[in-house]
Write a protein that binds this ligand. Structure first.
Ligand code: FAD
Length: 468
């Protein structure tokens, strides 16, 4: 039995024994074959079965349900999509508002399923705090961001500014400059969601095969080492692992994100910090940080990880000392009382980044291929929408979901934009990240000259422009 418990704090906390499901030993003939038992694959199966209970559905998983990002993430269940502002920019105002509402409803829709299926994954809808909490420039950039949201038709009920005093009612950070609060976000225990969903779809009659990596796939067919599957529909739901299923790696690159978890903290420490309602929080630098207070009172805190040359998957998530200490430094800036706290778990995972830095939900009736991905680190909620949308598309249903700008209903894989060849990607990624690190160092140092701060931000902002 592989050491699946060591994948993350979340997998370690699962109460049930982690027994492998049977692997695929015999050829199958099904209606829908899904590759990968993460949220995308499981939500797709779930909604297909609800809408068409007679469908024969098999999920073929390389390792175990939750082995990928779904068993490792930071547990922010957001009512958002990466790049939604760009995706919705060209829509008429009323339609744009309706699309935002569709996204904002995601956490509530997930909650309905959790109740219906009896899945306890520590769901708490406390909203999200995007804090300006390390240097003053964060306040101006967050205020600019808030203005841009309001220009798109969003209002104070969607996103509101919190003064340092208002922020302190929710979270006490060492240097509060203010924050944006948005209510449409919940925090969860990610592995409990993925394992609960896997059990739910099995109850509905879906077969899940584990320890069965798919080696070849094409329209109507896939193959593992021991068996092959014929199916009207093939749904590769492998997100950060697209490189394992050519040609998907051309369109979706693996990028890593890394997290740490502290030991459970005392009630008095949490009285100092706050976060009493399950709020998610970040410190809004370009380090892409994200945190939550877990149901068992740990701090879980993550930040951007890396990109490996040629889009290689990272398999070893025993974090180096530097990787752990960078995260300790970042949360220690917010909560100095935690600077020397005991870190019990550290881990990371691969997530999928599309060339356009925004997600896609694609369905090609001709070839029978459907996929959803490119969530770029914002996939917990997006995969629910993705799975539900794929179910609608596969069944040919005309719903609000299939009429969104992230849906690609024609052109198949060719409609996706391919990444540039190496070494361009690696050089580009590293140039961008270096500019972010340089900016962070300049801004976090109170003695940096104003011209240096400004220049560092301008360069980082310019480089970030390549990710749009
Ligand atoms: C460290 C980290 C933190 C994150 N934090 C957040 C967060 O807080 N909020 C948020 O919204 N998003 C977050 N994300 C992103 C989010 O977790 C993912 O977008 C989401 O889980 C993707 O789900 P998925 O089912 O598409 O992919 P995955 O969960 O990665 O599942 C893919 C599955 O496919 C299997 N597989 C791969 N190749 C094959 C093959 N050849 N054959 C068969 N099976 C295969 C894998 O084993 C895996 O189980 C984070 C991601 C990471 C890595």
């Amino acid at each position: 039995m592989p050491a699946w418990r060591t994948i993350s704090l979340w997998m370690d906390q699962l109460e049930e024994p982690l027994r492998a499901r049977p692997s695929l030993e015999k050829d199958l003939d099904v209606d829908v074959a899904i590759i990968g038992a993460g949220y995308t694959g499981l939500w797709t199966a779930y909604y297909l079965k609800r809408l068409a209970p007679d469908l024969k559905i098999a999920i073929i998983e390389a390792q175990t349900a939750g082995f990928g990002a779904s068993g490792r993430n930071g547990g922010w269940l957001m009512g958002n999509l990466l790049g939604e502002d760009r995706l919705l920019a060209d829509l008429p105002a009323e339609q744009r508002r309706a699309s935002f509402d569709l996204l904002h409803r995601i956490p509530d829709e997930v909650e309905v399923v959790l109740e219906r299926e009896g899945i306890d994954c520590d769901f708490r809808k406390g909203g999200v705090l995007y804090c300006a909490a390390r240097y003053p420039e964060q306040e101006s950039s967050l205020r600019r961001y808030l203005d841009s949201l309001y220009r798109q038709g969003l209002n104070e009920a969607d996103y509101c500014w919190l003064s340092p005093e208002q922020l302190a009612q929710q979270i006490r950070v060492a240097k509060p400059y203010g924050a944006i609060f948005a209510p449409h976000c919940a925090t969860i225990q990610p592995a409990k969601l993925v394992s609960g969903l896997a059990r739910a779809v099995e109850r509905m009659g879906v077969s899940i095969y584990e320890n069965s990596p798919v080696s070849h796939w094409q329209s109507g067919r896939l193959r593992t080492a021991k068996a092959s599957v014929r199916s009207r529909w093939i749904v590769p739901a492998v997100e950060g692992y697209a490189v394992t299923l050519a040609p998907l790696g051309r369109y979706q690159l693996p990028v890593q994100s890394l997290l740490v978890a502290t030991e459970p903290l005392s009630a008095s420490t949490w009285d100092e910090i706050g976060l009493s309602r399950g709020q998610a929080f970040s410190e809004s630098s370009r380090q892409v940080t994200y945190g939550q207070r877990t149901a068992d009172n740990r701090l879980v805190f993550g930040a951007r990880g890396g990109y490996q040359f040629a889009g290689k998957l990272r398999h070893d998530f025993d974090l180096t000392r530097n990787e752990v200490e960078l995260r300790r430094y970042l949360f220690g800036e917010l909560f100095p009382q935690l600077k020397s706290v005991n870190i019990t778990h550290s881990w990371g995972g691969n997530l999928g980044m599309s060339r356009r830095f925004k997600p896609h939900m694609l369905c090609d009736q001709r070839s029978g291929i459907a996929l959803s991905g490119g969530y770029g680190g914002e996939g917990v909620g997006a995969s629910h929408l993705g799975g539900r949308t794929l179910a609608d598309l596969i069944l040919g249903r005309d719903t609000e979901r299939v009429r969104q700008p992230w849906v690609i209903a024609q052109g198949g894989l060719d409609a996706l934009k391919a990444w540039e060849p190496e070494p361009l990607r690696w050089l580009g990624y590293n140039a961008i990240i270096r500019s972010f690190i340089h900016e962070d160092q300049a801004l976090a140092d109170p003695t940096s000259a104003p011209w240096r701060r400004k220049l560092a931000s301008q360069v980082a902002g310019f480089m970030e422009g390549f990710m749009r």
